[in-house]
Design a binder for this molecule. Structure first.
Ligand code: 2AM
Length: 188
């Protein structure tokens, strides 16, 4: 199973962002992520062998329970590697200081949990983001980033994270199809 761990915003937050971006989608040559697949990855796991799954699920559950739920909202945006030569356009998460700490520790906890369960995770720095579009080639997306900077979605409380399976090429137009396998509650 190809999988990742993510923070999945509630439907209302995803729909609000989708509505904000919808009228503007006609322009440009970006590949937009379907609204119901937008998420903030906490740890990309790659292929998880079946025999590791039970241990992984148990450890992720414990990692989530160690963190406290925090208020947030989808807000602002950016691009990787940068707006002038972007491959990825993303929306950000608005966080209070405590929320930022909880989110960072949650991501660190997920990675540690996966590593201990025998699912190696790369140690690249965690940069919270929700990918909304990808480019076919490096592309100047400054205008999109400026636009996303004006966005602030409805507030919600991040109270759980999800283990998501990604089935390559099974979604619309050959994109990956995502399916939540398990959710793990943060401490209220
Ligand atoms: P992205 O949003 O920045 O593209 C499923 O592919 C999720 O895992 C995506 O959200 C993707 O992040 C993230 N991810 C992180 N590292 C990845 C990798 N090496 N290959 C594919 N996806 C990766």
């Amino acid at each position: 199973m190809r999988a990742f761990v993510a923070l999945v915003p509630p439907v209302e937050a995803l729909e609000d962002l989708d509505t904000f971006l919808e009228v503007r989608r006609e322009v440009g040559d970006l590949r937009w992520v379907q609204a119901d697949q937008v998420h903030a990855t906490l740890a990309f796991l790659g292929d998880v062998p079946d025999r590791r799954l039970d241990d992984l699920v148990e450890r992720l559950g414990r990692a989530a329970a160690k963190r406290t739920a925090f208020p947030t909202a989808i807000a602002g945006g950016g691009a990787f590697p940068d707006a002038a030569r972007a491959r990825v356009v993303w929306a950000g998460l608005q966080l209070e200081e405590d929320g930022r700490t909880e989110l960072d520790r949650l991501a660190t906890g997920c990675r540690a949990a996966a590593n201990r369960a025998g699912v190696p995770v790369d140690g690249t720095r965690f940069r919270p983001h929700l990918t909304v579009a990808r480019t076919r080639a490096p592309h100047d997306v400054s205008a999109w980033v400026r636009l996303l900077d004006t966005y602030r979605g409805p507030a919600w409380v991040a109270e759980e994270m999800a283990l998501v399976a990604s089935y390559l090429g099974e979604g619309a137009r050959g994109r990956p199809r995502h399916q939540v396998v398990e959710t793990f509650a943060l401490t209220p």
